[in-house]
Write a protein that binds this ligand. Sequence first.
Ligand SMILES: C[S@@+](CC[C@H](N)C(=O)[O-])C[C@H]1O[C@@H](n2cnc3c(N)ncnc32)[C@H](O)[C@@H]1O
Ligand code: SF4
Length: 350
Amino acid sequence: MKPGKTISLLWGLRSFCASHGCLYCYFGTTAEHSVQMPTQLGVLSHLSPNDLTTDQVLAFAATLPDSPVGRVFLAGGEPLLWRPIIKLIEILKAGGLEVVVCTSGVALNRADLRDPLIELGVDAVSVSLDSADPVHNDQWRPPRRDGDGWEAVVCGISALIEARGPAPRPKVGIYSVITRQNLPDILAVPELAATLGCDYAVPQPIALDPGHNLTQTLSLTPEHVPALRRHFDELYAADLPLVLPERTYAGQVAAAVTKPTDLVPGCFGGDTLYFIQPDGTVWDCPSGLKIAATAPERHRTIKDTAARDLFPAPTGCGNDCALFSEDCVNMWPLTSFPVLAPTRPEAPRA
Ligand SMILES: C[S@@+](CC[C@H](N)C(=O)[O-])C[C@H]1O[C@@H](n2cnc3c(N)ncnc32)[C@H](O)[C@@H]1O
Ligand code: SF4
């Protein structure tokens, strides 16, 4: 990132996901929310009626170049199936920002959605794929339409890499959600990513509330730590032609699983990283624990607000936070995001 532009935003642009119905999704499932919508602060829903309008989103984006924000991760819901995303990327890239698109990958099969990512100079595209085994992937990431499962995602990745050709951008990577059911995918998905010609791969631990109906089936516990460490060791030993999270990441994942909450000295949340939810609310980070603990006077929105008024120049020292969890671990590969230039040194934790 450019000097003085050291803040990253994780921007959940839209609530709806027309692509998949992932059973563990941070946005919950439409089945459960059509019975009862969540009302707690910061709890996301694919059915939320409160997303900002296109004009509100684009107006805020136009203020970002005049702020310390240097990198924006566009996530969802599914951002690529929201038409104005192309206009949004155009504004962000014209303003000199780095843009990373986080997608389910199916939309990459459409030239009208894929080609503009290359033409507009998107810096990276992170595609979600949980397993080298199509059956496992499609069990937990079921597509909404027949034919949009594992094979379509892999085809989308290949189509983007082929369309990019020898150009240096966008970098293309795979993010996979690791649960107690797919620990070998810590190595197997990056191996697949390397075969496809990807540039990076990130295995990320599943983050579920203790009361979630899949916690007992999917969440990692201390008893999974030896296997977790073994598979990460195999991954780093495999020496794949890919950028991976820094080596300390495996220790962070193990720490999050072993000690669900703990102190993080100098956390990047609220200093070099912020999270925006689809209704425009700005949080220091997407951690449910952190959002619940945020004082009312710090509840802020991007609606009718300029970015420079929301994001002061980072101190670089971060903020001490006593709420370390899997949610935080999933942010580390975003803030250091080594496939592009790092934003700051790795947080001091192993
Ligand atoms: C919410 S999705 C939005 C972008 C896009 N729809 C996608 O699937 O990549 C962003 C990332 O969060 C991951 N994710 C969703 N729910 C999760 C959970 N409970 N724990 C860990 N990662 C999760 C997804 O697999 C995906 O990599
Ligand atoms: S594709 Fe992304 S937003 Fe859609 S349900 Fe899956 S994880 Fe959630």
